[in-house]
Design a protein around this ligand. Structure first.
Ligand code: SF4
Length: 634
């Protein structure tokens, strides 16, 4: 058990001052009485009694020659008058901060202002402030119901009890403002109160259990307990160490201690001592039991609910497996994933103590083996599958089963990207760069995996380039000058002139996105990773397959595929193309190529030249027409 004390706790300035005044006065030899208990702490008051300092309820109880001490909460003006009339000796221990409140109330009411006092109706300090109000009756506000009941005012001033809750006071003021035209607010809550509340809240947020020490009649101690409960700590309000119960703690617990402004140091120290002893005792007790926190148990499900399962594991009590300790992601109901009699292996997560339930976690045990797996993958340099769960400014948070990890922005992709949000909800492989189970740290790189993949893909490309292999590629994108083809994860350009042996007007006339075609690698620049493909090298070349079916003087069908300044390119049905010179188009030498034919025209031409070596073929339209005319005449 670890014990922490709040940064600020125990006696405040006003209480310390009052105690000193009483001590100093009682040492002067004359009997001393306090008008009401000096502070809201029965043990401290009893100690004073033992030293002869009595507490009286009213002035009637004061005996002759007894010095009357007014406590830190103060009294009203009539009490001062009575003491004077009775000729009693007065020592005033009213806290200067309370005195200031009384003075504010007196001055404002004297000036004719309406006063609203926020505080506990029965608290002696509030009563003393109210007693100093002159003229109009003050309105006392302790809670929201009081605000609803109060009448409306054109103007009023608020004075607050020094030990009142700051949070509640602010809520009340906000509501009061709606009922008052002009409202003056005097924030008279004592700093000692707010400091103790702030320190208690801070500590309560870090521990499992809070012990708040102070009189049950102490308003500020009660507030401290409320603050600690609101901060989420299991809170016990005690007056002395005798009230502490062992069952409130386990040895693994972090326990915080705070104390009200009227709690003496000796009570606080006594509590700390007892709790330290108790912590040692608990540790010894837990060591003597058969099972302890961290033990792995093999059990069987004996009772099942939606949100928890009871597991028998050979101990005198069953262990509880809460749904959130079963697996990641959490199932909707444990009944969906378990049935009575199922074996369960899990780890004990709390201290095992008599009469306390034992909690087990399967997820924590799974996590141990998940850490083993990622550590092994790290050692071997193997990638692991992970899922993107949240994109953040500096990278991506990922999940590997129940483990959380992080991919820095620079490790998310092959190229620099501004965000990895495209990976949220996606599963992918990543390589572990750093793993630290103790610090719960797991850093990964997707880029490292992509680099390996790219190297493998490029190796396939390199080999195919070296061997002249034919590969299968997918048309990814059509451009006016060609198409981008994806081969084995790598993209390259297939230029329009490399698509076919025939002339192509538009790429989309022959290729469609998504189409799979054969390609060969025409050029490959490993450094720039630039690839160009050819498709026409994968299909028959008409100069090798069809040219021998043609001879000079043959008249053949052809199509005009391009008009040039000096003629036209025509294409035969088998894909062979050749030049139809302007001089061979017509005998009329004033005509230009476009005057004789247009792209797409089907014409008959005579083959007038074949140069196999230079892969050139030339045609004559005029001769074909002449031959046709002659044949018709015959
Ligand atoms: S809590 Fe503040 S106002 Fe009250 S006695 Fe202590 S110092 Fe004075």
């Amino acid at each position: 058990m670890e014990i922490y004390k709040a940064k600020v706790l125990g006696f405040c300035y006003g209480v310390k001052r009052a105690m000193k005044i009483v001590n100093d006065t009682s040492q002067e030899g004359q009997p001393v009485v306090t008008l009401g208990p000096l502070i809201h702490n029965p043990q401290a008051v009893k100690r004073l009694m033992n030293r002869g300092v009595r507490s009286v309820n009213n002035l009637e109880e004061v005996k002759n020659k007894e010095i009357v001490i007014i406590r830190s909460h103060g009294v009203g003006p009539s009490c001062y008058n009575d003491i004077k009339c009775k000729n009693l000796t007065l020592v005033d221990a009213t806290c200067p901060f309370v005195k200031r409140n009384q003075d504010i109330a007196k001055k404002l009411s004297h000036e004719g202002h309406q006063l609203i006092l926020i505080g506990e109706k029965n608290h002696p300090e509030l009563k003393s402030i109210a007693a100093w109000v002159e003229g109009k009756h003050p309105v006392i506000i302790e809670n929201m119901e009081d605000v609803q009941r109060m009448p409306s005012f054109d103007e009023a001033h608020i004075v607050i009890q020094t030990t009142f809750s700051m949070v509640l006071a602010e809520e009340l003021i906000a509501s009061i403002q709606k009922k008052v035209g002009t409202l003056g607010v005097h924030k008279t809550i004592c700093q000692a109160t707010s400091e103790r509340q702030k320190a208690a809240k801070e500590l309560a947020g870090k521990v499992n259990v809070m012990i708040v020490i102070g009189g049950r009649n102490s308003a500020n101690t009660g507030r401290l307990a409320e603050v600690c409960r609101a901060a989420g700590a299991r809170t016990h309000h005690i007056e002395t160490a005798k009230e502490i119960r062992k069952e409130w703690f386990h040895s693994q617990y972090k326990v915080g201690i705070t104390a009200g402004a009227s709690t003496p140091d000796w009570i606080i120290e006594e509590v700390v001592c007892i709790m330290e002893d108790m912590g040692k005792m608990l540790e010894m007790e837990e060591q003597n039991l058969d099972y302890k926190k961290g033990d792995v148990i093999n059990g069987e499900v004996i009772e099942l609910f939606d949100n928890r399962a009871y597991v028998s594991f050979g101990y005198k009590t069953e262990a509880v497996l809460p749904i959130h300790e079963y697996s990641y992601p959490e199932p909707e109901s444990l009944k969906d994933v378990l049935k009575i009699g199922d074996p369960i292996k899990a780890v004990i997560v709390n201290g095992v103590r008599e009469d306390n339930p034992i909690y087990i976690s399967k997820i924590k045990l799974d996590r141990l083996s998940e850490w083993d797996d990622v550590e092994a993958a790290f050692e071997k340099g193997e990638p692991v599958e992970c899922e993107g769960i949240e994109s953040i400014k500096v990278g991506l948070l990922i999940q590997i089963n129940s483990l959380r990890g992080f991919i820095p922005l620079s490790q998310g992709d092959l190229r620099f990207v501004h965000s990895l949000s495209n990976l949220v909800g996606k599963k992918f492989m990543a390589k572990i760069l750093e793993v630290d189970r103790a610090k719960n740290r797991l850093v990964l790189s997707r880029k490292a995996v992509l680099e390996v993949q790219r190297d493998e893909e490029l190796k396939v490309i390199e080999d195919a380039y070296a061997n002249g292999d034919t590969l299968q590629g997918t048309v990814k994108k059509i451009m006016p000058y060609g198409a981008f083809i994806g081969v084995n994860g790598v993209e390259g350009l297939l230029h329009i002139s490399d698509i076919s042996w025939k002339k192509i007007a538009k790429v989309e006339d022959v290729l469609q996105p998504g189409e799979v075609i054969d390609v060969k690698i025409k050029s490959y620049d490993a450094e720039k990773q630039r690839i160009s493909f050819t498709h026409k090298e994968c299909i028959p070349n008409p100069w090798e397959t069809s040219i021998h079916g043609h001879k000079i003087d043959d008249v053949v069908d052809a199509k005009v595929v391009k008009i040039l300044d000096f003629g036209a390119i025509v294409e035969l049905a088998d894909g062979l193309t050749g030049l139809l010179h302007v001089n061979e188009m017509t005998n009329d030498h004033n005509k230009k190529p476009g005057d004789v034919c247009n792209v797409g025209d089907a014409i008959k031409v005579r083959i007038i030249g074949i140069d196999e070596e230079r892969r050139r073929i030339s045609f004559s339209l005029a001769e074909a027409i002449n031959q046709e005319t002659t044949e018709d005449a015959e």
